[in-house]
Write a protein that binds this ligand. Structure first.
Ligand SMILES: *Cc1c(COP(=O)(O)O)cnc(C)c1O
Length: 393
């Protein structure tokens, strides 16, 4: 028998702190063979002894039919992230973008209108600007830093407000309470991408956001070893999102879900270490005269806020040389792994934007995004300090 999270007799009421929940997520496994880790259910379909059992599946007894419809490994991941976000339900998808698409389509259809933040992650921006138009869905992209602009963009057919809890690469912290207030006033659904903060730092659902999405490719997985997405929220909306994922075929594979669940167990340890390192690096680079600007939110906060630091190097730095001098810190167009990596928004994620938009968002040649890892803080600081010194024009 396969059981669902929170439904084990006598276990449903146990209260756990975040760190405890991470490693004691209830397993989706066969109770006869008590493996310590959930096995990989690498099976496209599941068998039934008779038609009564088939009937049982459709009545919702928690058994499984076909992996595009549901699989124990993907369910375990979806429900684990939901729990960490404080939400009742969650579903996985083949990527962060597939999770965003499912979340969006759970709310809007042809003829509806979305108001989205202008500084969304590049891939998300292309999804909503280019693909949703072909579905007959209208999108307005405005600055969410200016609440008035959001209000002005709302129309009769607006259904959804879509933003990120911490934006990329400028690390603007969204005013989630204000966004929820606007949504309530106009009866709109809110969708927040919580990838950069991870549920360790921020749980938008608990503040009243309807749908929270993650590119699990980043901190949820944590080891740059998978591409996956999760969307969590109320049961009714997640059931709709899950139906989209099943019908569009954008499911996550059992193996990748399994790898992600293993990675997730250390989220608190990784985030604590990476954020502490990020805070130290941000502080050191603020003191460095070869750095023009350091973007790191709430630097004086007790926990710090996230593990990404974005810097703008001084005009006296040869940026190409700076990247060459970074020694063991590699260039990688992703973030959130345990190794410190750097990326260059102008040449990668924001490459396709028109020059005016790049300028408005502050995406300059000297802008470097640093995804801080779990190495010794002193070593990380030294690599960046050295590279700056060695790349003066
Ligand atoms: C990476 C990322 C995505 C897209 O996720 P994929 O897993 O690459 O599809 C969406 N939002 C944010 C904030 C991201 O960093």
């Amino acid at each position: 028998m396969i059981y669902s999270l929170g439904t084990v007799p006598g276990k449903a009421d146990i209260k756990m702190k975040f760190e405890t929940m991470l490693v004691h997520t209830e397993k989706k496994q066969d109770l006869v063979i008590k493996s310590k880790v959930t096995p990989i259910y690498q099976s496209s379909a599941f068998t039934f002894d008779d038609l009564d059992e088939v009937e049982g599946f459709y009545e919702g007894n928690g058994s499984y039919l076909y992996s595009r419809v549901g699989n124990p490994n993907t369910d375990e991941l979806g429900l684990a992230v939901a729990k960490l976000e404080g939400a009742p339900a969650g579903v996985t998808a083949s990527s962060g973008l597939a999770a965003i698409l499912a979340g969006v389509l759970a709310v809007v259809k042809a003829g509806d209108h979305i108001v989205a933040a202008e500084d969304l992650y590049g891939g998300s921006f292309h999804l909503i600007k280019e693909e949703l138009a072909d579905f007959g869905i209208e999108v307005s992209v405005v600055s969410f830093a200016d609440l008035q602009k959001i209000e002005e963009a709302i129309k009769d057919n607006t259904k959804l407000l879509y933003t990120e809890s911490i934006t990329n690469p400028m690390l603007r912290v969204e005013n989630i309470e204000a966004i929820i207030e606007i949504a309530k006033k106009h009866q709109l659904v809110t969708l927040v991408d919580n990838t950069f903060a991870s549920p360790y730092h921020c749980q938008p659902y608990t503040k009243g956001v309807d749908l929270v999405v993650h590119s699990a490719t980043k901190y949820i997985g944590g080891h740059s070893h998978i591409t996956a997405g999760v969307v969590v929220g109320k049961e009714e909306l997640i059931a709709k999102a899950a139906a989209k994922i099943t019908n569009l075929g954008t499911i996550l594979s059992p193996f990748e879900a399994w790898l992600t669940c293993i990675g997730l167990k250390t989220l608190a340890l990784r985030m604590r270490e990476q954020s502490a390192n990020a805070r130290k690096l941000a502080h050191a680079l603020r003191e460095n005269h070869l750095v023009k600007k350091v973007y790191y939110p709430f630097e004086n906060g007790e926990e710090g806020f996230g593990a990404i630091v974005t810097i703008e190097v001084d005009d006296t730095i040869d940026v190409f040389e700076f990247f060459r001098q970074l020694s063991w810190v590699k260039f990688a167009p992703t973030l959130a792994g345990v190794e410190t990596t750097v990326s260059h928004p102008l040449k990668t994620s924001h490459r396709a934007l028109p020059p005016e938009a790049q300028e408005e968002l502050g995406i300059t040649m000297g802008l470097v995004r640093i995804s801080v890892g779990i190495e010794a803080a002193e070593d990380i600081i030294e690599v960046f300090t050295n590279a700056l010194e060695k790349s003066k024009k």
